[in-house]
Write a protein that binds this ligand. Structure first.
Ligand code: HEC
Ligand code: HEC
Length: 299
């Protein structure tokens, strides 16, 4: 019967549509909600100094339990608890910038794990699944561990592709574009020349320019993720690309890196001095001429 066939076809069509719609709805729902740029940047700040970035976290005491398994890095206390101290600002551990020098520990990087492990596996590693001494669950809350995992999965990038490790210079950068970004997003706090905030001491100041020159990997990490415990914005949240941050690095490397008194006295400081000297000389000459003229008249 044609009518029966029609009903059957209509029922089938509705069933197929229903299944498709169900699948479309179920698929995103079965995935964990994707990490936002704010989550990833929060993870980056935790990686930098988690006790300044995790809600309710206390400053850890003593040395990290894994610290004594290496002897090359002689720092003690708080530094030994920072993810970056063991795994590097470039996420490459012993294969990166911390492969030599005073920060050398010989510990692995995190970029390979970030690429190959799931977010759940990464959280498990932070709870000691691979090594009970690598358990941060008593100190860092679960939501923050999830943000750390999101950062490891989605916030890392290939530092060696953008920075020449030997010269510490960006490989490919547009400093003028960097200057525009710096004026718009950094100068309000750091000053147009980056010396308004000093992270060091008066004798040994540390400015934006100092970090950019000494440690481009650290600079890029901070600009991408922000400064733990501070209102500093993060490039990731501003929607910047890594290239934008590299451009800012190039510009920041042109800014003062040392105390003003040890800078060569050029331009700004010597010009007014020269001007004063010339004016003084002019006044002395004019005075001498006037006295001679007066002497002539009254002679
Ligand atoms: C005191 C040094 C130290 C600190 C601090 C530290 N780790 Fe580790 N981490 C290690 C060592 C050593 C390993 C090597 C594997 C093991 O024993 O589990 C490791 C392994 C890892 C791995 C797995 C790497 C792999 O390829 O399997 C990840 C991911 C990781 N750490 C992330 C972190 C994060 C995130 C933090 C900060 C909350 C952190 N680590 C803090 C020393 C440290
Ligand atoms: C809302 C204010 C604010 C803005 C905007 C800001 N910063 Fe910062 N920044 C800070 C503060 C506060 C610190 C920490 C100072 C300290 O630790 O003494 C800091 C620290 C830094 C550090 C060094 C951190 C260290 O520990 O060595 C760098 C590098 C830096 N900022 C770069 C930038 C760049 C580049 C921009 C623009 C993308 C920027 N900042 C925008 C407030 C800001």
């Amino acid at each position: 019967m044609p009518k029966r066939k029609l009903i059957l076809a209509a029922t089938l069509a509705i069933a197929v549509l229903g299944i498709l719609a169900g699948l479309a709805l179920a698929d995103p729902a079965s995935q964990p909600s994707p990490a936002t740029p704010a989550d990833i940047a929060a993870g980056g700040k935790l990686y930098d100094k988690w006790w300044k970035a995790a809600p309710g976290a206390a400053e850890p005491k003593g040395d990290h339990p894994l610290w004594s398994t290496q002897t090359t890095n002689t720092r003690t206390g708080l530094d030994t608890w920072r993810c970056k101290e063991c795994h590097g600002w470039d996420y490459l551990g012993k294969d990166g910038a911390y492969g030599s020098g005073s920060h050398k520990t010989g510990f692995v990087g995190v970029s390979e794990a970030g690429n190959s492990k799931t977010a759940d596996q990464l959280v498990a590693i932070l709870k000691g699944s691979s090594n009970p001494k690598h358990d941060f669950s008593a100190q860092i809350d679960n939501a923050s561990l999830t943000k750390l995992a999101a950062f490891l999965k989605e916030g890392l990038y290939d530092t060696k592709a953008v920075v020449d490790y030997a010269t510490k210079k960006p490989k490919n950068a547009d400093g003028a574009a960097g200057q525009r970004l710096f004026s718009g997003s950094c100068a309000a706090c750091h000053g147009a020349d980056g010396t308004k905030l000093n992270f060091g001491t008066e004798q040994e100041p540390e400015y934006v320019g100092t970090v950019a020159a000494d440690n481009p990997q650290e600079f890029l990490h901070k600009v991408r993720n922000g400064q733990p415990g501070q209102a500093m914005p993060s490039g990731a949240e501003l929607g910047w690309t890594v290239q934008d941050e590299v451009n800012v690095l190039a510009f920041a490397q042109t800014l003062p890196a040392k105390a003003a008194t040890t800078l060569p006295k050029t331009g700004e400081t010597s010009q007014p001095l020269l001007f004063l000297a010339l004016v003084g000389l002019g006044l002395v000459t004019a005075g001498w001429a006037a006295r001679r003229a007066l002497a002539r008249w009254t002679r």
